[in-house]
Design a protein around this ligand. Structure first.
Ligand SMILES: N[C@@H](CCC(=O)N[C@@H](CS)C(=O)NCC(=O)O)C(=O)O
Length: 215
């Protein structure tokens, strides 16, 4: 089966979906956007991706990409005018993103939902998460961005998760001594592509007019 436009199933607040939308923007691509409700996933998404996490990108060829990192690399391989894919740092980039998606995400979820994880205090969860902030702070001591003097896929992969960590308790986050990470996050939060990636969309239902992203 073929389609007239690539179709992205997304959820606005999901950090994995944010990084996919950011990559699509940096790649200057255009897709149909189907905003979903996690508690009521559309049958069309379940049919193409039984694991049913977002983001999912269905290409015009019918091929389905079910992992955010896969979608990012696919998008930037199509077109990468700002050079976000930099093979010189591939190994370090993958290691950092894996650390983010692994340990950091684990502690972030517990910090965010400490009331559902009573084994440790919320402060303890935050401190565990801060181990990753220390890694990022050290990298940003030498560079404006995580892996050099220009933005890369590493920054846009990790930024949505640091934002989520910061937003658990902004006052505490900005009182911690990670000035470089705080500044880096502020930079990203004000970037036009980030603001565009966060524009509000109504949940999709079959029969709705097509919503194109970016709008
Ligand atoms: N490894 C996946 C993780 C995606 C993921 O876990 N997304 C969450 C939303 S932030 C999800 O769809 N969860 C399924 C659910 O809550 O039902 C990726 O990188 O795309």
């Amino acid at each position: 089966m073929t389609f007239s436009q690539h179709c992205l199933y997304s959820f606005r607040r999901c950090p994995y979906a944010m990084r996919a939308r950011l990559a699509i923007l940096f790649a200057e691509l255009s897709v149909e956007l189907r905003e979903i409700v996690l508690k009521n996933k559309p049958a069309q998404l379940l049919a193409i991706s039984p694991k049913a996490t977002v983001p999912v990108l269905q290409l015009v060829s019918g091929q389905v990409l079910e992992e955010s990192r896969e979608i990012m690399v696919w998008a930037l391989t199509q077109h990468d005018p700002q050079g976000l894919l930099d093979n010189r740092y591939l190994r370090q980039s993958n290691e950092l993103i894996e650390q983010n998606d692994g340990d950091f995400k684990y502690w972030l979820d517990r910090y965010k939902y400490a009331d559902r994880h009573l084994e440790m205090s919320q402060t303890e969860y935050r401190l565990r998460g801060e181990a990753f902030l220390q890694v990022l702070e050290a990298l940003l001591m030498d560079n404006t961005f995580l892996l050099g003097d220009k933005a890369s896929i590493t920054d846009i992969s990790i930024m949505p998760f640091i934002r989520q960590f910061a937003h658990v308790d902004r006052k505490t986050f900005y009182s911690l001594s990670y000035p470089k990470v705080q500044h880096w996050l502020q930079y990203w939060l004000q970037q036009p592509y980030f603001l565009q990636a966060m524009s509000k969309v109504q949940p999709w239902q079959e029969g709705d007019d097509v919503v194109t992203f970016p709008t």
